[in-house]
Design a protein around this ligand. Structure first.
Ligand SMILES: Cc1cc2nc3c(=O)[nH]c(=O)nc-3n(C[C@H](O)[C@H](O)[C@H](O)COP(=O)(O)OP(=O)(O)OC[C@H]3O[C@@H](n4cnc5c(N)ncnc54)[C@H](O)[C@@H]3O)c2cc1C
Length: 308
């Protein structure tokens, strides 16, 4: 039996591993993909403290992973399929897809969030054939092409700016009359000649034959409908917490895990850190901070068990 299992090796999980190892906790991190989380799909990170110049997302995460490993953290490539509290033994059973279950006295859930889908006709059909959720991964396929980015938050603005390195034109389609992203990004977007904002508009469908050829838009104010010819559509319209395996009684109406300021849920020994929790600002620095807080709270919990 492990003292602690950390589920997810994004910034929250890796930070929890770093703090947990330094506290002397017997822990293991499980990760269904490569360590690094969503940051691996980020071209450059400009707002993580300590880096004067922008750092590529993959590089920042390789530093965090290597730091956790140097401290002795074991990171295992497996996917959690379910989590069950064993009341009789005051511990957790973590079922692993295609493997033996793990047992632990405490668990930190750090499985992050996934980008939301638009849910319009053509989206699923053209995913991978012009529809993408990762400009860092796919922008190079659109060299000299016309693209649309859908969304108005930080991620949409950042990804639109990144796309202009390849695409000849980027329409930035937003349902409101102003973007939500931070002022600095808004300024860069509005000053970039390759980006054309399309305000007050919602995407009704993504159209094409075999690949994306256009998107159908509806203007929310006038009701006017139009078709915009594009070769690719990049969708950044919000996040959904990856909490399907977490007991419903500790989730809020948005499916986020409810925690206190020490990242404790109301279930003993169960903690949550990073993008999946309530009130998260969904940024790397916040996820790393949550991971540290959760690891130290888990340490106190484990000490309490040892004393009991
Ligand atoms: C395109 C994009 C650009 C961004 N740019 C920035 C930026 O410039 N600056 C910034 O601060 N933030 C940025 N963010 C947000 C930032 O990436 C997140 O806030 C941060 O990654 C959250 O960390 P996390 O550890 O909570 O979750 P995640 O990074 O989502 O990591 C969760 C990990 O859990 C794993 N996992 C999920 N389910 C399971 C399971 N069942 N079993 C095992 N493992 C599982 C996942 O594979 C993943 O590795 C960006 C996000 C995106 C998508």
């Amino acid at each position: 039996m492990k003292d602690l299992v950390i589920v997810g090796a994004g910034p929250a999980g890796l930070s929890a591993a770093i703090y947990g190892m330094r506290a002397g906790i017997d822990l293991v991190v499980i990760e269904k993909l490569a360590p690094g989380g969503q940051v691996m799909t980020t071209y450059e990170v400009e707002n993580y403290p300590g880096f004067v110049d922008p750092v590529p997302g993959w590089e920042l995460m390789s530093f965090m992973e290597n730091q956790a490993r140097r401290l002795g953290a074991e990171i295992v490539s497996v996917e959690l399929s379910s989590l069950r509290r064993d009341e009789a033994n005051n511990c957790y059973e973590i079922s692993i897809a295609g493997g033996e279950p793990l047992r632990a006295r405490a668990v930190i859930c750090a499985t992050g969030a996934s980008l939301q889908k638009l849910g319009v006709p053509g989206e699923a059909e053209f995913t991978g054939r012009g529809v993408s959720y990762c400009a860092t991964c796919d922008a190079a396929f659109f060299k000299g092409r016309v693209t649309a980015v859908v969304g108005g938050g930080d991620t949409a603005l950042e990804e639109a700016l990144h796309l202009t390195r390849f695409a000849s034109k980027v329409y930035l389609v937003h349902r409101r009359d102003a973007f939500r992203g931070v002022k600095l990004l808004q300024k860069r977007v509005l000053e970039n000649g390759a980006i054309e904002p399309v305000y007050d508009s919602i995407v009704r469908s993504i159209n094409g034959s075999g690949k994306v050829e256009s998107i159908s838009l509806e203007n929310k104010k006038s009701g006017a409908k139009s078709d915009l010819p594009v070769d690719g559509v990049f969708i950044f319209v919000g996040y959904r917490s990856n909490t399907e395996y977490i007991p419903a009684e500790i989730l809020n109406d948005y499916g986020e895990v409810m925690v206190d300021m020490r990242m404790r849920t109301s279930i003993p020994g169960l903690f949550a850190a990073g993008d999946l929790r309530n009130e998260s600002i969904r940024q790397i620095v916040a996820a790393a901070s949550d991971g540290a807080t959760a690891a130290l709270a888990a340490y106190d919990y484990l000490e309490g068990l040892a004393r009991a």
